[in-house]
Ligand binder design. Structure first.
Ligand SMILES: O=C(O)C(=O)C[C@]1(C(=O)O)C=C[C@@H](O)C=C1
Length: 255
C-alpha cells in the first residue's frame, strides 16, 4: 500500500484512530474501576497492593488468547506496565534491584515488568536489596537467580515479618524473551495475597552434592564441606527434613 491510494489509506487510519481511542477510553475506565477497588481492598493490612497469584492468572489468560501480528512479548509488557502502574497508584512502592554482575539485564527486566512509573533503586548485592525491602512497608526487591552466587544471600530471607520470595520472572518464560534475566521478586509477607503453586526452600545438605529430591536448584553455595541450596518445588511439601520455607510463587508458564 502506498499514498497513491489515499481513500483506502485514510480509511485504514480512521480505523486505527477508532481503535486507539477505544483503547485509551478503556484504560481510563480501568483507572476508574481501580478507584473503586481501592475503597474495598484492604491494602493497609500488608502495605502492598501487589497480588501475585491474581497477576499470574491474568497473564496466563492473556497468553492463551493471544494471536496475530502483535508479538506476545509486547502484549505482556503493555499489561505488566498497566498492572504495575495501577499497583503503584493503589499504594506507592519502590523496587530495589540487584545490579551486581548483570545490571543491564536486571534493569531491562525491571522496566519490562514494571514500566516507568514505579521508581527503581539499584543495589550492589542481594543482601542490600533484602535489607532495603525489610526496612520498608510495601517495597519490592528483584534478585537475580544465578546458579553459583558469591554468597548464600537467601539466608537473609524469612524470619518474623521478614522479606520472602513472592514471584519469579520472567513469568511467560520463552527462549526468545526480550528481558530474559531470571530473577526472584521479594517482598514482606503478603498474607493470603501470596502465590504458592511453587514453594521456595533453603536446604542445608551434609555433603557438597544435592540429592535427587525432585526440587529445582535455583542457586547453591559450598561452605565447609556442606551445600547451601536455594530450591523450588511444586506444592507445599518440604523436599527435605530441615528445609526452611522462604516463600513461593505462581509457576511460570513455559513455552
Ligand atoms: O486485583 C487486584 O487486587 C488489583 O489490585 C488490580 C491489579 C490490576 O491492575 O489488575 C493490580 C495489582 C495486583 O497485583 C493485581 C491486579
Amino acid at each position: 500500500m502506498t499514498d497513491a491510494q489515499p481513500d483506502t489509506l485514510s480509511e485504514i487510519r480512521r480505523e486505527i484512530d477508532r481503535i486507539d481511542e477505544a483503547m485509551h477510553l478503556l484504560l481510563m475506565e480501568r483507572g476508574a474501576v481501580i478507584d473503586r477497588l481501592i475503597e474495598i481492598k484492604r491494602t493497609a493490612a500488608t502495605g502492598s497492593a501487589f497480588r501475585p497469584q491474581r497477576e499470574a492468572d491474568m497473564m496466563r489468560r492473556l497468553a492463551a488468547r493471544h494471536q496475530g501480528r502483535l508479538p506476545l512479548a509486547t502484549a505482556e509488557h503493555l499489561w505488566r506496565t498497566i498492572i504495575a502502574t495501577f499497583t503503584h497508584v493503589q499504594s506507592p512502592f519502590t523496587v530495589h534491584v540487584e545490579q551486581g554482575s548483570d545490571a543491564l539485564g536486571m534493569h531491562d527486566l525491571a522496566r519490562f515488568h514494571l514500566g516507568f512509573d514505579v521508581p527503581l533503586v539499584g543495589h550492589g548485592t542481594p543482601q542490600r536489596v533484602i535489607q532495603a525491602v525489610a526496612g520498608s512497608t510495601g517495597d519490592l526487591g528483584l534478585v537475580r537467580i544465578s546458579a553459583e552466587p558469591g554468597s548464600a544471600w537467601w539466608e537473609a530471607l524469612g524470619g518474623e515479618g521478614g522479606p520472602q520470595v513472592m514471584a519469579r520472572l520472567p513469568f511467560l518464560a520463552r527462549g526468545s524473551h526480550p528481558a530474559p534475566a531470571p530473577a526472584l521478586v521479594v517482598a514482606r509477607p503478603l498474607g493470603e495475597a501470596a502465590a504458592s503453586e511453587t514453594t521456595v526452600w533453603a536446604i542445608e545438605h551434609e555433603s557438597e552434592t544435592a540429592p535427587d529430591d525432585g526440587a529445582e536448584t535455583l542457586a547453591s553455595v559450598k561452605r565447609n564441606g556442606r551445600l547451601l541450596r536455594l530450591a523450588a518445588a511444586h506444592g507445599e511439601t518440604p523436599p527435605a527434613e530441615h528445609a526452611r520455607r522462604l516463600g513461593g510463587y505462581a509457576s511460570p508458564l513455559a513455552a
